[in-house]
Design a protein around this ligand. Structure first.
Ligand code: NAP
Length: 404
């Protein structure tokens, strides 16, 4: 049994035949996994001719786990992810009632998966509201553990909220109404810098031209503004490999040499219009949690929506690759849903493992399948002349196009 381990800087060290756990997921999860696994296996087999391969094993979470073990997220599942480091995950329903926290959020916290990474790239043939969707090719690094998502909040009128209001008024002289509800926004130097470093390292490793810090620091000076300041500090650690926008203009007339990454920043509201009007000016985005949540969905919509949007939650000792959509319960078991989001998340996982050749084969075969207009219902209803095929057939079409 071979395991993925991690270098001190968080990079994965991947054996040729790693064991990788997967969570099938709830709702449409089993349909999607059945279509996805053959695609990933075929791509690896054809790229490396048996020299590399994945040994999959199932771990339980969500409804299936609850039925079999009485727990939504069994300890054995957490142990497997801790042990094997990398996992692929289908969508999980957030149990309603019973006070159980979102399993997705729990996984992010338990493994300190501080970077939510979402590549947003146009696939030719996918319907898009943009005039030139091919100009959209960005990777969002969203901070995943801080900001208003840290869960520090109290309802208006609760004893805690009243006490906090009193403390703010009396001890800190803040003007705040006693009947306020509170949600505390937090940002730390360590949390901001590790996210920005990861984004910069990605840009350097992948020949990307720029990293943009997206923040609302003009208003929230000590959280979003601090994120910006710490981001620039983190950039300076990379020496001459990373330069500011001003340096790029002064020293290179705005055209820095190949291999140099430009770090810049934009205020969040301005950024939403810039990614619509001039999307080709942005490569990699690093941003606090809430901005990243909004921005990554808005960007996904520019290139055709969530059905084909992959994602990953990555830390220094674990990474979970996952569908960005939910369990779509009304389609469960119908073999109908689009498996593209999990297939592309699998390709991201292969890329993260350094198995670039296999990842490229998947993206190319999926692009060809869409170009041939053999697509699941969600795309078929928007593409003229398309042939609607099932979830499993879509997987088979991709497998048939994976080159050797
Ligand atoms: P959803 O499951 O994403 O589904 C909403 C709609 O989006 C579907 O009815 C479908 O639209 C479309 N859709 C979603 N996935 C698709 C795919 N693969 N292919 C084509 N179309 C797709 O959102 P929800 O109904 O709000 O959430 C259901 C459950 O999922 C909740 O329990 C939620 O907590 C959970 N959830 C989990 C995750 C996760 O595990 N990461 C993320 C989000 C939500 P049409 O009806 O128009 O065809």
């Amino acid at each position: 049994m071979e395991k993925i381990t991690f270098a001190a800087d968080g990079r994965p060290i991947v054996p040729d035949h790693p064991l990788i756990p997967y969570i099938e997921g709830d709702g449409v999860g089993p349909d999607i996994w059945a279509a996805t696994r053959p695609v990933l296996d075929a791509a690896v087999a054809r790229a490396y001719g048996g020299a590399r391969g994945i040994e999959w094993f199932e771990i339980l979470a969500g409804e299936k786990a609850y039925q079999k073990t009485g727990q939504w997220l069994p300890e054995a599942t957490l142990e497997a992810i801790r042990d094997y480091g990398v996992a692929l995950k289908g969508p999980l329903a957030t149990p309603v009632g019973g006070g159980i926290r979102s399993l997705n959020v729990t996984l992010r916290q338990v493994f300190d998966l501080y970077a939510c990474i979402r590549p947003i790239r146009f696939i030719p043939g996918v319907p898009s509201p943009m005039k030139a969707p091919e100009k959209v090719n960005m990777v969002v690094f969203r901070e995943n553990t801080e900001d208003v998502y840290a869960g520090i909040e109290w309802a208006a009128g609760s004893p805690e909220a009243i006490k906090l209001a009193e403390f703010l008024q009396k001890e800190l002289g803040a003007s705040v109404k006693s009947e306020s509800g509170f949600g505390i926004k937090i940002a730390t130097e360590q949390g901001s810098k590790r996210l920005v470093r990861r984004a910069i390292r990605f840009a350097l490793d992948h020949g990307r031209k720029n990293v943009t810090l997206v923040h609302k620091g003009n208003i929230m000076k000590y959280t979003e503004g601090a994120f910006r300041a710490w981001g620039y500090e983190a950039a300076r650690e990379f020496g001459g490999q990373v330069i500011t926008e001003a340096e790029a203009a002064d020293r290179f007339g705005g055209r820095p040499p190949q291999g140099v990454v430009v770090i810049k920043d934009r205020i969040a509201d301005a950024m939403f219009q810039q990614v619509l009007l001039r999307p080709d000016e942005f490569d990699v985005i690093a941003t606090p949690n809430l901005n990243g949540d909004y921005l990554s969905d808005a960007l996904a919509a520019q290139v055709g929506g969530l059905g084909l949007a992959p994602g990953a939650n990555v830390g220094d000792r674990a990474a979970i690759f996952e569908a960005t959509h939910g369990t779509a319960p009304k389609y469960a078991g119908l073999d109908k849903i689009n498996p593209g989001s999990v297939i592309l998340s699998g390709a991201m996982m292969l890329e993260y493992m350094g198995w670039i050749e296999a990842a490229d084969r998947i993206r190319s075969a999926l692009t060809q399948t869409i170009a041939a207009k053999n697509v699941t219902y969600d795309l078929a209803r928007q593409i003229e002349g398309a042939r609607e095929i099932s979830c499993s057939a879509f997987g088979r079409e991709i497998v048939s196009r994976i080159g050797s």
